[in-house]
Design a protein. Structure first.
Length: 471
């Protein structure tokens, strides 16, 4: 930032030393700043009540008291950047001023050019802090707009349980593993946990582990020292240090190399990292959220993922089912997403055509929520106002699926009942077991696939078990 940024800024100066007051006023005036000079805390208090100031420059000890009282009593507005001047030995008071909201402090004697630099740095930090706050607010608003209706309420219940555990801890939040197929919303849920948790005002750093070349991944995570490798012309901190005090989201964690897995495990266990090419350990307090679209247990069995790392990451777990198991919720979900997209494109929300609503539930959505969003957005871009909205691509793909199976009905109309008959009860149980198998053992998801209540499935399974026990 250039010093020209200070031109025209209003400064409240509180200093009882006449000579120093004149020197500071003259120097700041040369920088194009407007200075209001005061000698006592009472004068400064009156000035703060009458005028707005960009900066406040306060000596620590004044004839009528201590300037920290102005900060302690909230006399200095939050958008006024305050710098405290203190004599040698007043470091404890200077630290107290920072705790009370001062931007910085200067130890007397100091060069006047140093004062200008402190003002520039305070302004830069203020802008950076505001940008961070804005990003945090945006992230929180997005997370608040997530769809938590119908079967998605179960996801919200799981997320709230994680938050409840987080809020009972002051630090060292346990890792969280989010499982789910591609496009199911794992990153959105990770941001929701961060935005609504105790670290919402701290950094949220995301890394797609599969998007970084293997030879650069460790440097990206842990940083590197100058000369650590050919292109390391300067030292650089890694994402662990950047996320210190906040959250590090590792998407597609299954793609990590065995070496990176080992170092990640060590960092989680010790709370320390070592930069590539360095020998100094750096302590970090980072909450790890990992996402996986593959079955890590199957990868462990194949020797592709470390079992000890899995158990570390799997301390808390959220599993997101595929969209194909939530067919009853699709019309409402699509309508909700459509509203967000229409606000983005500044369009009045149209109504989905009857054909689109029908095909919405017939198509299997292998790309899950992400694919649904893309289809809706594509339809919005090509939309003719005044008509119902069609989903052409999805409709076409659903038609192909329909054609490949020959019918939209699961029942083969050519089926003939055997003359000896068969047990309807047994076939209902077969359907239930098949649904549970396709839902990866999740009874709630299987119930949605069958269009029945979860308690009904549990009743039938319990009844079957009792019958077997009696035999």
């Amino acid at each position: 930032m250039e010093f020209q940024e200070l031109m025209g800024r209003e400064v409240l100066l509180l200093e009882d030393d006449l000579i120093l007051r004149k020197r500071i006023s003259a120097h700041l005036g040369q920088q194009g700043m407007e200075v209001t000079a005061t000698e006592t805390c009472l004068e400064a208090q009156r000035a703060l009540q009458e005028f707005h100031f960009d900066f406040a420059l306060f000596d620590l000890t004044l004839p009528d008291g201590n300037s920290l009282e102005l900060l302690r009593d909230s006399q200095v507005p939050g958008n006024t950047l305050c710098v405290i001047m203190t004599g040698a030995g007043g470091i404890s008071s200077a630290v107290e001023s920072i705790r009370l909201g001062a931007s910085d402090y200067l130890t007397k004697p100091f060069e006047l050019d140093e004062l200008t630099l402190v003002f520039v740095q305070a302004l830069s930090r203020s802008r950076s802090r505001r940008a961070t706050e804005h990003l945090s607010e945006q992230t929180k608003r997005k997370s608040e707009n997530l769809f938590f209706k119908g079967s998605f309420i179960e996801d919200l219940d799981s997320l709230k349980k994680v938050l409840s555990a987080d809020k009972r801890l002051t630090g060292n939040l346990p890792p969280l593993l989010i499982e789910g197929p591609t496009g199911s919303g794992k990153s959105s849920y990770a941001r929701w946990v961060h935005a609504n948790g105790p670290r919402s005002n701290s950094p949220f750093i995301a890394l797609n582990c599969s998007a970084i070349a293997e030879n650069l991944l460790e440097s990206e995570l842990f940083g590197h020292e100058k000369g650590a490798f050919t292109d390391a012309k300067d030292a650089r901190i890694g994402l662990f240090e950047a996320a210190d005090g906040g959250t590090l989201f590792l998407d597609e964690v299954a793609s990590l190399s065995s070496s990176a897995q080992a170092k990640l495990l060590l960092a989680i266990e010790s709370g320390k990292i070592r930069r590539v090419g360095g020998n100094k350990e750096v302590s970090v307090d980072v909450r790890i959220i990992a996402a996986a679209n593959q079955d890590l247990r199957a990868m462990i069995a194949r020797g592709e993922f470390r079992e000890d790392l899995f158990h570390r990451l799997d301390l808390l777990r959220i599993s997101i089912p595929s969209l194909s198991t939530r067919t009853n919720d699709l019309p409402q979900l699509a309508d909700d997403l459509l509203g967000d997209l229409c606000r983005k494109y500044q369009l009045q929300k149209p109504r989905l055509s009857k054909a689109s609503l029908r095909w919405l539930q017939l198509y299997s959505w292998p790309g899950n929520v992400r694919e649904l969003i893309h289809e809706l957005e594509r339809a919005i871009v090509m939309y003719d106002p005044g008509k119902d909205l069609d989903l052409p691509s999805s409709l076409q793909m659903a038609q192909e699926e329909r054609t490949s199976f020959g019918t939209t009905d699961w029942l083969n109309v050519k089926f003939k009942f055997p003359e000896m008959g068969f047990s309807l009860e047994e076939e209902i149980l077969r359907l239930i077991r098949l649904a549970i198998q396709q839902a990866n053992g999740k009874v709630s998801a299987a119930a949605r696939m069958l269009g029945v209540k979860r308690d009904y499935l549990r009743y039938r399974l319990k009844k079957e078990k009792l019958q077997k026990d009696e035999k």
